[in-house]
Design a protein around this ligand. Structure first.
Ligand SMILES: O=C(O)C(=O)C[C@]1(C(=O)O)C=C[C@@H](O)C=C1
Length: 360
């Protein structure tokens, strides 16, 4: 699949003065709840009203969604408020029912994106549709799998496509429910700059008090929109209570977010930017040169070790280097996370160099 300008046509055609906003409850619970939230969101920035109809739950026994009856409530939402509607589909039956009830935007959830069989079934069921179809990232940070799903839909002649970034599962507990791995989405944007990308801070954070910050980071990274779970009584929601916000809070979040433009034509800005970018180019070249030098020294160590039949990995020395560099980095305003990542990559490259020498 090649990037092309057509990819973002459906979004550009909406001519929005703000990022695309998809909001509504995690799950449709009752007709009253669905309609109440929709009326509260009617005259806000919200473009699509979302509600989960079928809920994929980690463990059995939890609320698994109201099912097809909820689609009737979504139809009522459209009639009464004019809001377009959106829901998650996970198989052919869901797709058929959603289309029957004229849902305007369908998304494939993270647990479905991991399965090419499911994605293909959904793509076949949606073949040629003019509805908007968005693909959430798979639960594991696998860019090819994510893009593979988009490609399947693209091959089924679905033109109004996009992706939703909802973060990735980890074994270790972090402050996020699903870690954002921003680097991965930056790579996606580099490869497909015209593929609309929506951020889902509700699932990334799992906590309503972190939603603003993640939304702002997403907008700073040129995301095209936000999907934020919104409920009239979040604490008593039947699913994902901790991460839902009230309609009032959503309006506040949208008001406080700083929306940045992609670029600016002003001459002074551009001349200063070119100057600073020239400095970055020089420094980047120095970095490459210095890395090359470091690897040459490592090659010499490799040759020495070969002669004396000594192992490549020297954990004590390596730990000492890491400890020193974290301290040095701190003094220069570099985070421990960055220093660790950078030096682990350098160490690996150094080991690869020595492996080549020691084994030839
Ligand atoms: O000091 C060594 O023995 C090296 O081989 C150098 C080096 C490094 O690149 O800094 C590489 C591998 C070892 O695990 C430790 C350190």
């Amino acid at each position: 699949m090649e990037n092309n300008k057509q990819m973002r046509k459906w979004l550009d055609d909406m001519n929005l003065p703000h990022p695309l906003v998809i909001a509504g409850p995690c799950s449709a619970e009752t007709e009253e709840q669905v309609l109440k939230v929709a009326h509260d969101l009617k005259d806000t920035d919200v473009n699509y009203y979302r509600a989960g109809i079928w809920k994929p739950r980690t463990r059995p026994g939890n609320f698994e969604g109201v099912g097809a009856i909820g689609l009737k409530w979504l139809q009522k939402v459209k009639e009464e408020t004019g809001l377009k509607t959106a829901t998650e589909v996970a198989n052919r039956t869901h797709v058929d029912l959603a289309l029957e009830h004229d849902v305007d935007l369908l998304w494939i959830g993270a647990r479905s994106t991991v399965s090419p069989f499911i994605v293909q079934e959904i793509a076949d069921a949606l073949k040629g549709t003019d509805k908007v179809v968005l693909v959430k990232n798979p639960v594991n940070p696998d860019l090819s799998l994510w893009l593979g799903a988009v490609e399947r839909l693209n091959s089924a002649n679905i033109e109004k496509l996009g992706v939703i970034h909802r973060g990735f599962s980890t074994y270790e507990k972090t402050k996020y429910r699903n870690i954002p791995e921003w680097q991965l989405v930056i790579e996606l944007q580099t490869r497909y700059p015209d593929l609309p990308i929506i951020n889902d801070p509700s699932h990334i954070t799992g906590k309503r008090n972190m939603i603003f910050d993640v939304s702002q980071t997403a907008l700073d990274l040129n995301f095209d929109g936000l999907m934020i779970e919104t409920h009239c009584d979040p604490d008593n929601a039947w699913s994902d209570a901790a991460q839902q916000v009230t309609p009032d809070r959503l309006v506040q979040i949208m008001k406080n977010l700083r929306i940045r433009k992609e670029t600016d034509e002003q001459a002074e800005y551009n001349s200063k930017l070119s100057n600073l970018r020239a400095q970055i180019d020089v420094i980047d070249n120095q970095l490459i040169e210095i890395m090359g030098k470091r690897m040459k020294v490592s090659d010499e160590i490799g040759a020495l070790k070969k002669k004396r039949n000594v192992a490549v990995l020297q954990s004590n020395r390596w730990n000492a280097i890491l400890g020193n560099m974290i301290l040095e980095g701190e003094q220069r305003g570099l985070s421990e996370e960055f220093v660790l990542k950078m030096f682990k990559a350098i160490h690996q490259e150094s080991i690869n160099h020595q492996e080549k020498i020691i084994n030839t």
